[in-house]
Design a protein around this ligand. Structure first.
Ligand SMILES: *[C@@H]1O[C@H](CO)[C@@H](O)[C@H](O)[C@H]1NC(C)=O
Ligand SMILES: *[C@@H]1O[C@H](CO)[C@@H](O)[C@H](O)[C@H]1NC(C)=O
Length: 231
């Protein structure tokens, strides 16, 4: 592990440990997305949760010999207690640095549970894909807070979404798009935004029939607006 990443774990772990002893999360006042591209309208709804995530974007090689997204898996951490600080601004960089340096066979869940990082209530939940709940073809992104963290056991604490706006990442083509989505199922939130993306892009081409499915590591922030859950 790079020493910068290790330092980041220690600092972030300390910040989270403080918050975990006294709060489930911290006030979200004044927290807003920095540098939102103009093609993505800002949410008009109140911010309900804010998180940083690490995980993988999964791709399969299409008949056009390029990679298409088939799903993603990620772990989310509550970053509300980092407040308006430089730690809040750069959290996706530390998390992603740790994740990139981790052994290839380590899952994001295992990585996280091996550090003090997520002790207490800092884990918000999981992100993965499910069949489209409206019956349309393909899979839909879902965020699920039902099995860990403050909403463990609350069966409504999830949201499945449809994208309504997106933009290339302001940081460059190696980072996956920033996107804005509307909830179509679940009470976790009415909208989810993905910002501050780090990597996650597939190679530009592949050989249909011989290139294996791939998982590409990424990091991001996820912002949840207009939750119907009591919190
Ligand atoms: C893959 O290639 C096809 C045909 O050129 C194109 O229509 C499609 O947008 C490409 N998909 C991606 C994910 O780049
Ligand atoms: C995506 O990859 C992860 C490994 O990072 C795996 O656990 C998961 O099942 C995959 N999901 C899909 C939909 O491909």
């Amino acid at each position: 592990m790079r020493s910068s990443a290790l330092l980041a774990v220690v600092v972030f772990g300390a910040a989270v440990a403080v918050s975990a002893t006294s709060h489930k999360s911290c006030p979200l006042d004044g927290l807003e997305i920095e540098g939102l591209p103009s093609s993505i309208p800002p949410s008009q709804l109140p911010l309900s949760f804010v998180s940083a995530a690490i995980g993988t974007q999964n791709y399969t090689c299409s008949p056009s010999n390029n990679y298409t997204l088939v799903g993603a898996v990620a772990e989310l951490y509550d970053i509300s207690c980092l407040g308006k600080s430089t730690l809040f601004t750069s959290v996706q960089d530390w998390l992603f640095g740790m994740w990139v340096d981790a052994p290839a066979d380590l899952t994001s869940q295992a990585l996280v549970s091996s550090y003090t990082l997520t002790r207490g209530s800092a884990v918000l939940g999981d992100h993965y894909f499910v069949p489209n709940p409206s019956g349309k073809p393909g899979n839909s992104p879902k965020w699920d807070f039902t099995s860990t963290g403050a909403f463990k056991g609350n069966k409504d604490a999830f949201v499945t979404v449809e994208k309504f706006a997106g933009s290339a990442a302001p940081t460059g083509p190696e980072d996956i798009d920033w996107v804005a989505t509307n909830g179509i199922d679940g009470s976790l939130s009415a909208q989810v935004y993905r910002t501050d993306t780090r990597e996650g892009q597939p190679p530009s081409s592949c050989q249909h029939g011989s290139s294996p499915d791939i998982q590409v590591k990424y990091g991001s922030k996820y912002w949840f607006y207009g939750s119907k859950l009591q919190h």
